[in-house]
Design a protein around this ligand. Structure first.
Ligand code: HEM
Length: 322
């Protein structure tokens, strides 16, 4: 009887452990490459540093690449695959076309990493480290990046079109896109704080600065100055997402929202009389609360459906499968 109950216990224990072992992010860890590629962090940082010193905006572009990778079938480097005659990747999906940038810098990082430790580090992990380094270099918080993702051998233009929220989204749509990936409203508001750096094209904010009423008048006029009313004219003209400090990772984005100076419709949705107002107000008053919530949300976003173990591959060139 005693032995029956102990084998029953063992079965119960296994039944509990097996699903945990199989859980998708169980294998990501902050020391994943500590023996196989000890120079990983210094190598990535030095390439990101020189790219940002040439052009400060590049930090924003690298951070956004990580977001657009993770939201489409998980953080698996799928965004980085180039189209070929027989393969359509994500680069030409609506949220990415003429918009995402930084692929040359990712190539430079990947070659430097391949020089240091060939065939070891995935492109998906390169994006995760480059995003963190960009935030740190531009004055934002630091954190330990979880690693061990592998690279997809496929990509999905359709999933890119369906998963990345457009700037025309209202608050409910934003909340549900993030919830679908296990990210809370608080995570969504904290991650949107990434718009404290970087630029947007006139085509993404034209309707807001000409037609909306929940916008500061003089701010709308300033932005109209470099974004002609007529569709098709000046579509690619750029404006900073944070009008105050577009190359500093701080909480000014939230102060702008409180003052009705969000650039995108989706930005101002976070402070428009709805359920996220209090989170925005909190971050606008406390850089440190924003920083710690941002870090927690970045780690959560980085955990979305990674390929681990023997799934996928370690791409040699981030633009094509091996
Ligand atoms: C909440 C939903 C979001 C929407 C609707 C959204 C939308 C946009 C749009 C329309 C642009 C300008 C693109 C262009 O004009 O080419 C942009 C830029 C940017 N986004 Fe988002 N975004 C969202 C969330 C995020 C998140 C979660 C991150 C990062 C974690 C992020 C990081 C950035 C950065 C850094 C830029 C500037 C990129 C650059 O200057 O190259 N965004 N976003």
């Amino acid at each position: 009887m005693a032995s029956l109950s102990s084998s029953f216990k063992a079965i119960l224990t296994l039944a509990f452990l097996i699903p945990l072992m199989g859980s998708s992010s169980a294998q990501l860890s902050t020391n994943f490459y500590s023996t196989s590629c000890p120079k990983l962090f210094t190598t990535v940082k030095s390439v990101v540093n020189s790219a940002i010193s040439k052009e400060a905006r590049m930090g924003a572009s690298l951070l956004r690449l990580f977001f657009h990778d993770c939201f489409v079938n998980g953080c698996d480097g799928s965004l980085l695959l180039d189209d070929t005659s027989s393969f359509t990747g994500e680069k030409r999906a609506a949220p990415n076309l003429n918009s995402v940038r930084g692929f040359d810098v990712v190539d430079n990082i990947k070659s430097a990493v391949e020089n240091a430790c060939p065939g070891v580090v995935s492109c998906a992990d390169v994006l995760a480290v480059a995003a963190r380094d960009s935030v740190v270099i531009l004055g934002g918080p630091n954190w330990n990046v979880k690693l061990g993702r592998r690279d997809a051998r496929t990509a999905s233009q359709g999933a890119a079109n369906n998963s990345i929220p457009p700037p025309t989204s209202n608050l409910n749509a934003l909340i549900s896109r993030f919830n679908a990936l296990g990210l809370s409203t608080k995570d969504m508001v904290a991650l949107s704080g990434s718009h404290t750096i970087g630029q947007a094209r006139c085509t993404t904010f034209r309707a807001r600065v000409y037609n909306e009423t929940n916008i500061d008048n003089s701010f709308a006029q300033t932005r109209q100055g470099s974004c002609p009313r007529t569709t098709g004219s000046g579509d690619g003209n750029l404006a900073p997402l944070d009008l105050q400090t577009p190359t500093a990772f701080d909480n000014n984005y939230y102060k702008n929202l409180v003052n009705r100076k969000g650039l995108l419709h989706s930005d101002q949705q976070l402070f428009n009389g709805g359920s996220s107002d209090s989170i925005v107000r909190g971050y606008s008053n406390s850089q440190s609360t924003f920083s710690s919530d941002f870090v927690a949300a970045m780690i959560k976003m980085g955990d979305i459906s990674p390929l681990t173990g023997s799934k996928g591959e370690i791409r040699k060139n981030c633009r094509k499968i091996n």
